[in-house]
Design a protein around this ligand. Structure first.
Ligand SMILES: NC(=O)c1ccc[n+]([C@@H]2O[C@H](COP(=O)([O-])OP(=O)(O)OC[C@H]3O[C@@H](n4cnc5c(N)ncnc54)[C@H](OP(=O)(O)O)[C@@H]3O)[C@@H](O)[C@H]2O)c1
Length: 431
């Protein structure tokens, strides 16, 4: 590459600004790492009149016209930091067809269109790098692609959404309701005005698809993931979890089994001494089980201008340093195999149940009867005292291992009893 590397920056919001800040603050350091000067030569934004907190010294051309942005090809690397699907897809595929390297943080696009774009990039022998798409400042993409490549990965468990983790942490530590914790997350800038992607588990699911691809070289269709969000989480269950020595987290998980992959995103109880239980607030963490390394945990800031900008810049530097040795997928042979997706309902684990019931004789034996009918063995049954916020009394069961389909069938039957006052709450327990 030339002595001066020019970046075409599509999107100059949170992450774009972070990237420019680091480029300016660490200019000499980056020159020492790469031997090159990296400048931003043009920037695509939506609103040309918006005040910008920082402007690159290179005095880039600003435009809000996509055609104009793409027409001028006097740049080396496209950095896409717009978000969304259609426009980024259009810009990235055009840049690849021009024979340019691309860096993006766009997990939604990669989860849905990653295979197509990576095939195109491989065919054109250009880089399509995406370190910032999972875990913000955590270097998990490079770790799976390079550092752990000698391992067969048996499982990955991750806290991949900082907003959801912040909400659950505030509920657990400050005793806030879900609504109050969400409001607080929005006030602090962790959650969007429309937080659906975060609290419905969709954002974590996008990231999980990317991790599966990197760990196994397999495409796991997004729509085949089992996804449950945290909207229904009740403070009562968070408090019972605490009493019982657990903590509730939104987890993204994939497990390799002999006949395929089982993957999903869902809230689950973690024992207090589990390493992911210690990950609080807006932090992310990823636990990778390698068959040679055993457990490897990466933890850090999963979002924010500078952490995410750092990962974007790492990709740019990597493309500059290893320009002729592009490694988009981490696999030489057949990187895009179709994953064999196993039904999550066949997953076996321990379970937490809360039944909100009328306080009358015979309830406990009816509940236990249905559990027995579906072969679910109860490890612990606790009748709690009435709470101020709810009608009736809560009964909590912890079960031994059972398949999710047994549990679902049992809950469906139990919910039909006339003594049940609210739909039964259930969470898998991670061991
Ligand atoms: N924020 C994070 O911490 C974080 C972490 C990891 C990954 N990501 C990913 O990084 C990407 C960028 O996120 P962000 O938080 O930086 O987003 P953002 O703050 O909303 O910035 C988006 C940028 O794109 C521009 N833009 C939007 N629509 C456009 C259009 N139609 N034409 C031209 N420009 C357009 C906006 O222009 P204006 O400035 O004129 O509005 C803005 O500069 C997303 O894919 C996101 O998922 C973000």
């Amino acid at each position: 590459m030339k002595e001066v590397v020019k970046i075409a920056l599509a999107g100059f919001g949170t992450v774009g600004t972070g990237l420019v800040k680091i480029l300016m603050e660490n200019k000499d350091w980056i020159k020492r790492r790469t031997g090159k000067e990296i400048i931003v030569s043009q920037i695509l934004v939506k609103n040309l009149n918006k005040p910008r907190p920082i402007i690159p010294q290179s005095e880039p051309i600003f435009t809000n016209n996509v055609d104009e942005f793409l027409q001028n090809k006097d740049w080396d690397i496209l950095v896409e930091l717009i978000g969304g699907l259609e426009l980024p897809y259009q810009i990235i595929s055009k840049a690849i067809l021009f024979g340019k390297h691309v860096v993006t943080a766009n997990k939604a696009l990669l989860a849905i269109k990653g295979k197509e774009l990576l095939q195109l990039a491989n065919a054109k022998n250009v880089g399509l790098y995406f370190e910032a798409s999972v875990g913000g400042g955590i270097p998990i993409v490079q770790t799976l692609k390079e550092s752990l490549c000698a391992n067969k990965v048996t499982s990955i468990s991750g806290i991949l959404n900082g907003t959801a983790n912040y909400i659950l942490t505030e509920m657990s530590q400050q005793g806030l309701s879900f609504d109050l914790a969400l409001k607080q997350a929005q006030e602090k800038g962790y959650a969007e005005a429309d937080p659906a992607l975060d609290i419905d588990g969709i954002d974590a699911a996008h990231k999980l698809v990317i991790l599966i691809f990197l760990a196994y070289g397999e495409i796991y269709p997004f729509e085949k993931l089992w996804i449950k969000g945290i909207k229904q989480v009740d403070l009562l269950d968070i408090n019972f979890a605490k009493e019982l020595g657990y903590i509730l987290k939104l987890i993204a998980q994939v497990q390799r089994e002999s006949n395929g992959l089982r993957a999903g995103v869902f809230p689950a109880f973690f024992p207090n001494n589990h390493i992911l239980s210690k990950v609080d607030g807006a932090f992310n963490a990823i636990l990778v089980q390698g068959n040679a390394t055993g457990p490897v945990v990466l933890c850090g800031q999963g979002a924010g201008d500078l952490p995410t900008g750092s990962s974007v810049l790492a990709d740019i530097i990597s493309l500059i340093k290893h320009n002729s040795q592009i490694n988009n997928t981490g696999f030489k042979d057949d990187p895009f195999q179709q994953a064999k997706c196993l039904d999550f309902m066949d997953w076996e684990c321990k379970h937490y149940f809360r039944f909100q019931v009328k306080d009358k004789p015979g309830v406990l034996s009816s509940l236990s009867g249905v559990m027995g009918e579906y072969n679910i063995s109860i490890a612990q049954a606790i009748q709690k005292t009435q709470t101020k916020t709810k009608q009736g009394v809560p009964i909590v069961f912890l079960s031994h291992r059972a398949k999710l389909k047994q549990v679902t069938a049992a809950i469906n039957k139990i919910n039909e009893f006339d003594f049940i006052l609210e739909p039964t709450i259930h969470y898998p327990i991670i061991e």
